[in-house]
Ligand binder design. Structure first.
Ligand code: EPU
Length: 422
């Protein structure tokens, strides 16, 4: 397995281009199941999760050509097997996003239960509750969700908590259901809004995606589509934090600043200069010291849980104490023991990490545990003395397109060693 080797201490200067959003591309790829014909996705990032989704769609009888940034999906001839096996779902929880489309299109689906993962138990009860309200009969059998329905019918579903993939699954199911569906207490993430745009292109009528109440008028059939995926706000935010941590002056092209307001506000409070230049964002910190600020993660438009680990590294560099509260996932502090090995002073008490910032970080061998934790370790490596080796880089490759190359292009000393990580 690969590792990334970083020699810290270099400031960053130049331009980084943000890729398409992973968490927008995944549901949109699954939405291709709702129609016949050929759909074309543009600006798709080159990532392991995209390849896993392509493999899943192929298993489901689609012809998928991945030639990033383009992906073409066509309905192949032959029998459809509306089944997502454990082998694929265990590699990527987002595979559960095929459940709504399969059920809506074929009236039956068998999808492996995703189970827990490194960041928490992550149940799918809200997805199932919604599909049942739309007329599906669902049983859990030998680790699989086994669902059957006639044509799904529109319903009113009130989510107990806002869930991103839950909202997306039900939007896709409702797009082919008979009548009108109203989803209440929806996730308001930009990726949900993006899926709404695509479903509208396909011929469904979706109103309110990106707000907490979404109305969907289902269609009898849906059309294939051609769509360019929005830029990845979390990738953009990650590079913004990387520049703030390492110091320097970098233009981040294609950064959707309007979707990053909570992150930008906290970074500015911490002393980082952030300015818009057309569709790009300039991030600058030369010699100004970083200030400690507290952060609590929340559903969008709050501070994203997907930026928590990266922001924690910034707080390790700020003088004084800060508090980081994780409210979305119960186990998303796996980066803390690794950052401690690099010299950080962080105590975890339940959902709260107390960071005592300002101590120097030193290079070490550290283990990536999940996608965003991996990104935080790379950022820590950029500022640590001597050499840092981030092992188990396959986690990073799930969600960042060539991170070591994008950072090296702005002056970081980052290289990938192939086949040598744990
Ligand atoms: N939850 C339930 N029941 C459900 C669904 C969710 O209790 O049926 C809980 C979860 O356990 C969690 C909370 O609701 O405590 C929110 O989870 P959500 O369902 O919104 O998360 P998700 O849809 O599984 C997506 C992203 C994650 C991101 C979260 C939160 C995709 C493919 N994944 O996950 O992205 O952290 O929303 O914003 O969109 C990542 O990219 O690194 C990543 C983990």
């Amino acid at each position: 397995m690969d590792r990334i080797v970083i020699r810290g201490g270099k400031k960053l200067y130049g331009t980084i281009r943000v890729s398409g959003a992973k968490n927008a591309a995944l549901p949109i790829l699954c939405a291709t199941l709702l129609s016949d014909g050929a759909s074309l996705l543009r600006n798709v990032p080159k990532l392991r999760d995209i390849d896993t989704t392509a493999a899943l769609l192929r298993f489901l009888g689609r012809h998928v050509e991945v030639d990033a940034p383009l992906v073409r999906v066509t309905e192949a001839n032959g029998d459809v097997r509306p089944e997502a096996p454990y082998e694929l779902v265990k590699q990527m929880r987002a595979s559960v996003l095929v459940l709504g489309p399969l059920l809506a299109r074929y009236g039956r689906a068998k999808v492996s239960l995703p189970g827990g993962c490194q960041i928490g138990s992550r149940p799918v009860d809200q997805h199932l509750k919604g599909l049942e309200a739309m007329g599906a009969k669902i049983e859990l059998r030998r680790g699989y969700i086994v669902a059957e329905s006639g044509r799904l019918r529109g319903a009113e579903v009130v989510f107990d908590i806002p869930t991103v993939t839950g909202t997306e699954n039900l939007m896709m199911a409702a797009a082919l259901a008979k009548g009108r569906t109203t989803l209440v207490n929806c996730a308001r993430e930009p990726e949900v809004e993006e899926l709404g745009r695509v479903l509208n292109k396909m011929g469904a009528r979706v109103d309110g995606a990106g707000t907490d109440v979404i109305h969907i008028h289902g269609a009898d059939t849906l059309d294939p589509f051609d769509h360019a995926i929005v830029s990845d706000r979390i990738e953009a935010g990650t590079y913004m934090v990387a520049v703030a941590a390492a110091g320097g002056d970098v233009l981040i092209e294609g950064a959707p600043l309007e979707d990053l307001e909570a992150v930008v506000a906290k970074m500015r409070k911490a002393g980082v200069e952030i300015g818009r230049e057309g569709s790009a964002v300039r991030v600058r910190r030369e010699n100004a010291p970083l200030r400690a600020v507290d952060v609590t993660t929340a559903p969008h438009p709050g501070f994203p849980t997907d930026m928590q680990a990266q922001f924690m590294v910034l707080m390790c560099l700020a003088e004084g104490p800060s508090r980081i509260v994780e409210t979305i996932f119960e186990n998303r502090f796996m980066h803390v023991p690794e950052l401690r090995r690099m010299g950080a002073d962080i105590d975890v008490d339940g959902h709260t990490a107390h960071v005592n910032g300002g101590l120097p970080l030193s290079g070490a061998q550290v283990m990536a545990t999940d996608l965003r934790a991996s990104a935080s370790l790379v950022i820590a490596g950029l500022v640590a003395a001597d050499e840092t080796q981030v092992l188990r880089v396959y986690h990073l490759d799930r969600g960042y397109e060539h991170m070591e190359r994008k950072l090296a292009a702005v002056g970081a000393d980052t290289v990938r060693m192939t086949g040598s990580g744990d």
